[in-house]
Design a binder for this molecule. Structure first.
Ligand SMILES: Cc1cc2nc3c(=O)[nH]c(=O)nc-3n(C[C@H](O)[C@H](O)[C@H](O)COP(=O)(O)OP(=O)(O)OC[C@H]3O[C@@H](n4cnc5c(N)ncnc54)[C@H](O)[C@@H]3O)c2cc1C
Length: 398
C-alpha cells in the first residue's frame, strides 16, 4: 500500500534492495525509533543490521567489496531508512559522502586502503567543513594546515560533525596557504584517521562530548579540536594533486549529500502522511471521521501532492548525477523543495493529530523535531536559492 513516492524504471536489483530495506525499516527501525530517540541512544543493533545488509558499501565499487550501486539507489534507500527514523540515514550519509569523495578524488593507495574497510562498515566516515564561526560561508574557514617537511600540521576547531565520534575517518577541510589568489584554491581536504570514540582519538585530534540537540538524536554530532595533528601528504585527498583543491572536492561531495537530504525529507514526509492518513480515518469528530471533513481531506490531498513533487525532483537530481553531469542546480532545487515541503507536510500531520500530536507517545512528535534540521543541513534554503539563482543566471545570461 504505497501509492506515493514510486519510482518508474528501476531495475530488478534496485527493486529488490528497496523491498529489503523497507522491510528492515518496518520491522527493525520503526518499532524501536521512539524509545531510542527519546533516550538519545546510539542504535547499535540497527547499525549492525545495516552492516549485514551491506548498506555501508552500497555505492562502493565491486572491486573494493561494495555493491557498486548508483546514487539513485542510495537516495531511494535513504528515503526508506528515513521513513523509519531520520537518524539512521544520518549514520549512513556522511559515510556515503566520504566513500564518494575517496572514489572520485582519492589516490589509488587511498582507495585501496579505505574503500574495502568502508564497504564492510568497519571504517565509517564523517565529513567536516563547518566551524564555530562559519557554516554557509565555507571560505571563512579558519582551521589551517601548514607544511612541515613532508607532512602538514593541522590546527583549528571544527563544529557539527555528524558521526564525529563513531567514525574512524574524517574528511576535513582546512586552509592551506598555496599562494593562489582565490581563497577557494587555498583549501585542502584531509582524510584524518582516528579511533572511534570521544577524547583524544588520534595524536592531537580530540572529539569532545556530543552536542545536545532538539532532535536527530541517537546519532552523535560533535566538535573536533585539531591541535598539532601531523598529517602526511598521503592523507591529503588526492595526494599532491589534491593540495589546494579541497573546496571543489568537498562541494562535489555536498552535491550528492544534497540529493541525500532531499531523499530524507521525502522519507519523513511519507511517514508523516502515513500517520496522518491513518489517524484521520480513526478519529471521529462531529459524527464523522476526520477524513470525512473536507478541510482535513484537502490537507491530505496537498500533503500527497507535495510528496510526489519532492520525490520527482529528488529522483531527477539523482539520475542527473548518475549520468555524469553536474547537478548543482537540480540538487539545490530538490533539496530546497523537499525540505520545505517536508516541514509543511509534517506540520499538517501534526495538526491532524490534534492534542495527541503533542504527546511523546505519538511518532509525529519526533518528526516535528526532525523536519527542521533538513532546512539547515547540507546548506540552508537561502544557500540553495543562491546556488539555483546563480546557475540559472549563468544559463540565461542576456
Ligand atoms: C544537527 C546538525 C548536523 C550537522 N552536521 C554537519 C556535518 O556533518 N558536517 C558539517 O560540516 N556541518 C554539519 N552541520 C552544519 C551545517 O551544515 C550548518 O549549520 C549549515 O550549513 C548552516 O551554517 P551555520 O549554522 O553556520 O549558519 P550561518 O551560515 O551562520 O547562517 C545563519 C542564517 O543566515 C542565513 N544566511 C547566511 N548567509 C546568507 C546569505 N549570504 N544570504 C542569505 N541568507 C544567509 C542562513 O540561511 C541561515 O538562515 C550540521 C548542523 C546541524 C545542526
Amino acid at each position: 500500500m504505497a501509492r506515493l513516492a514510486q519510482t518508474p524504471g528501476l531495475t530488478d536489483v534496485q527493486r529488490s534492495i528497496l523491498e529489503t530495506v523497507r522491510e528492515f525499516a518496518d520491522k527493525e527501525i520503526i518499532p524501536h525509533a521512539q524509545r531510542l530517540e527519546h533516550a538519545d541512544e546510539y542504535p547499535a543493533d540497527i547499525v549492525d543490521g545495516m552492516r549485514e545488509m551491506g548498506l555501508f558499501g552500497l555505492t562502493i565499487a565491486e572491486e573494493y567489496g561494495g555493491l557498486g550501486e548508483s546514487l539513485l539507489t542510495y537516495a531511494l534507500v535513504v528515503e526508506e531508512l528515513s521513513r523509519g527514523w531520520m537518524s539512521i540515514s544520518g549514520i549512513a550519509n556522511t559515510h556515503f559522502i566520504v566513500a564518494y569523495l575517496v572514489s572520485q578524488h582519492g589516490t589509488a593507495e587511498q582507495k585501496a586502503s579505505l574503500l574495502p574497510r568502508m564497504a564492510t562498515g568497519e571504517v565509517r566516515g564523517a565529513f567536516s567543513m563547518s566551524e564555530p564561526g562559519c557554516g554557509s560561508d565555507v571560505a571563512a574557514i579558519r582551521s589551517k594546515a601548514a607544511r612541515d617537511g613532508a607532512d602538514f600540521v593541522l590546527h583549528g576547531q571544527k563544529m557539527w560533525l555528524t558521526n564525529g565520534a563513531y567514525s574512524s575517518v574524517v574528511a576535513t577541510l582546512v586552509k592551506t596557504e598555496t599562494g593562489a589568489e582565490s581563497v577557494y584554491r587555498n583549501m585542502t581536504a584531509f582524510l584524518l584517521e582516528k579511533e572511534p570514540g570521544f577524547g583524544e582519538t588520534a595524536p592531537g585530534l580530540t572529539i569532545p562530548g556530543k552536542i545536545e540537540k532538539m532532535g536527530y538524536k541517537g546519532v552523535e554530532t560533535t566538535e573536533m579540536v585539531l591541535d598539532g595533528v601531523r598529517a602526511p601528504l598521503s592523507t591529503v585527498l588526492g595526494g599532491e594533486a589534491g593540495v589546494g583543491h579541497g573546496f571543489y572536492q568537498m562541494m562535489d561531495g555536498i552535491e550528492v549529500g544534497r540529493v541525500n537530504v532531499a531523499a530524507r525529507a521525502c522519507g519523513i514526509a511519507v511517514r508523516a502522511f502515513e500517520l496522518a492518513v491513518a489517524y484521520a480515518q480513526q478519529r471521529q469528530t462531529f459524527g464523522a471521521p476526520l477524513s470525512g471533513h473536507q478541510a482535513i481531506a484537502f490537507k491530505l490531498a496537498e500533503m500527497g501532492t507535495k510528496i510526489e513533487a519532492a520525490h520527482a525532483l529528488m529522483v531527477n537530481a539523482a539520475r542527473l548525477k548518475d549520468s555524469g553531469a553536474r547537478n548543482d542546480v537540480e540538487a539545490g532545487m530538490a533539496k530546497l523543495l523537499a525540505s520545505e515541503y517536508c516541514a509543511e507536510v509534517v506540520q499538517e500531520a501534526f495538526r491532524i493529530h490534534g492534542g495527541y500530536g503533542y504527546s511523546k507517545e505519538y511518532e509525529i512528535e519526533r518528526l516535528m523535531r526532525e523536519a527542521p534540521f533538513l532546512l539547515i543541513g547540507e546548506g540552508t534554503s537561502e544557500i540553495q536559492k543562491t546556488i539555483i539563482s546563480r546557475g540559472l543566471l549563468k544559463e540565461y545570461r542576456s
